[in-house]
Design a protein around this ligand. Structure first.
Ligand code: PYL
Length: 262
C-alpha cells in the first residue's frame, strides 16, 4: 500500500461536494450510493457512532489523515469523531465516548471494525470493489462488456471479485508472472492477458502502484478508467484522451468501508 502524504489529503474535506457531483455526473450515483452498491447494501445505512483513531506506529501519523477520514464519514451522514488520544489510549477514548465503530490505519492496513455487529472492512478490499462498482455504473453495464484489471494485489482482486459477481468478463494485466498465474488459478473465470497494451480495452481498473502506467496508445477515446492506484496510474495525455477517469485517493474507499460495516 502506497502511503499518502499530507498534500494528498490537504484540501480533501473541502472538495467532497465537488467530488460527489462529479461522480454523480459520471456514474449516476453519489459517493455513498456507489459505496452501498459496491457492498450490496440498501440506503439509508443503519446509524452508528464512529471513532477514527490516529495510529503512531511505524512511520507515524500522517498529518490530517484521521481528521480527513472523519470529515468524509461526516459528509456521508455518519456520527463520527477523531479521538484526541492515539493508539490504545485512542481506542479507550473511542469506547468511553460511545463509539461502536473504529476506523484506524497503520503503514500496512487501514480497517474499520464494528464492535457491536462483528463486521469489519479492509480499505484495499473496499477500494477495489468501490472503483469496480463506479466503473460498472459509468459503463451502464454494457452487454458483452469486458474489463481490463491492471494489478493483482488486494485492490485488483477485490475489483475482480465484484465484476465476476456481476457476470462481467475480466482480463487481468499483471507484470509479475507468478502473481498473474496465482490470480488466474484463484479466479478461474478470468483471462490473463499476455499483452494488454494494444489499446483495445474500453473499460479499465488501474490498481497498480505504478505512476503513469497507462499511455495514450493503451486506450481508446471511449475508454473509461477507474484509477484507485496510488500514485495515479494514468499518464496526463492518456487522461486527456480517455472518455472518463474515475480517480480519488480516499473518499470512495471510505464510503465503501462505511457501507461494508453497516
Ligand atoms: C489508507 C491509504 C490509502 C492509500 N494509502 C494508504 C495510506 O496512506 N496508509 C497509511 C496510513 C497511515 C495513517 C497513520 C495515521 O495518521 O494514523 N498511521
Amino acid at each position: 500500500m502506497t502511503r499518502l502524504v499530507k498534500k494528498d489529503i490537504a484540501a480533501m474535506d473541502k472538495n467532497l461536494n465537488h467530488l460527489d457531483r462529479l461522480l454523480e455526473a459520471v456514474t449516476g450515483k453519489s459517493l455513498l450510493e456507489i459505496g452501498a452498491f459496491a457492498m450490496g447494501k440498501a440506503l439509508p445505512l443503519i446509524p452508528t457512532r464512529i471513532a477514527v483513531v490516529p495510529i503512531t506506529t511505524g512511520l507515524g501519523i500522517i498529518q490530517g489523515f484521521s481528521e480527513t477520514v472523519t470529515a468524509i464519514l461526516v459528509y456521508l451522514g455518519a456520527d463520527a469523531f477523531t479521538t484526541e488520544k492515539t493508539d490504545v489510549r485512542g481506542l479507550q477514548e473511542a469506547f468511553s465516548r460511545g463509539a461502536e465503530v473504529v476506523f484506524m490505519a497503520d503503514d500496512q492496513t487501514f480497517s474499520a471494525f464494528h464492535f457491536k455487529n462483528g463486521s469489519w472492512s479492509d480499505n484495499g478490499d473496499a477500494t477495489g470493489r468501490g472503483f469496480a462498482a463506479a466503473l460498472y455504473l459509468a459503463a451502464k453495464a454494457q452487454a458483452q462488456m469486458e474489463v481490463l484489471v491492471l494489478g493483482a494485489g488486494a485492490v485488483g482482486q477485490a475489483a475482480i471479485e465484484f465484476l465476476l459477481e456481476k457476470n462481467i468478463s475480466v482480463v487481468l494485466g499483471e507484470i509479475d508472472q507468478d502473481k498473474a498465474r496465482a490470480c488466474g488459478e484463484k479466479y478461474q473465470n478470468i483471462k490473463v492477458a499476455a499483452d494488454w497494451t494494444a489499446g483495445r480495452y474500453h473499460y479499465i481498473v488501474e490498481a497498480t502502484p505504478i505512476a503513469d502506467l497507462i499511455k495514450t496508445k493503451n486506450i481508446t477515446d471511449q475508454s473509461i478508467i477507474a484509477a484507485p492506484g496510488v500514485p495515479f496510474g494514468v499518464a496526463p495525455a492518456a487522461a486527456k484522451k480517455a472518455d472518463q477517469i474515475i480517480h480519488n485517493l480516499l473518499e470512495l474507499g471510505v464510503a465503501t468501508m462505511l457501507s461494508a460495516i453497516s
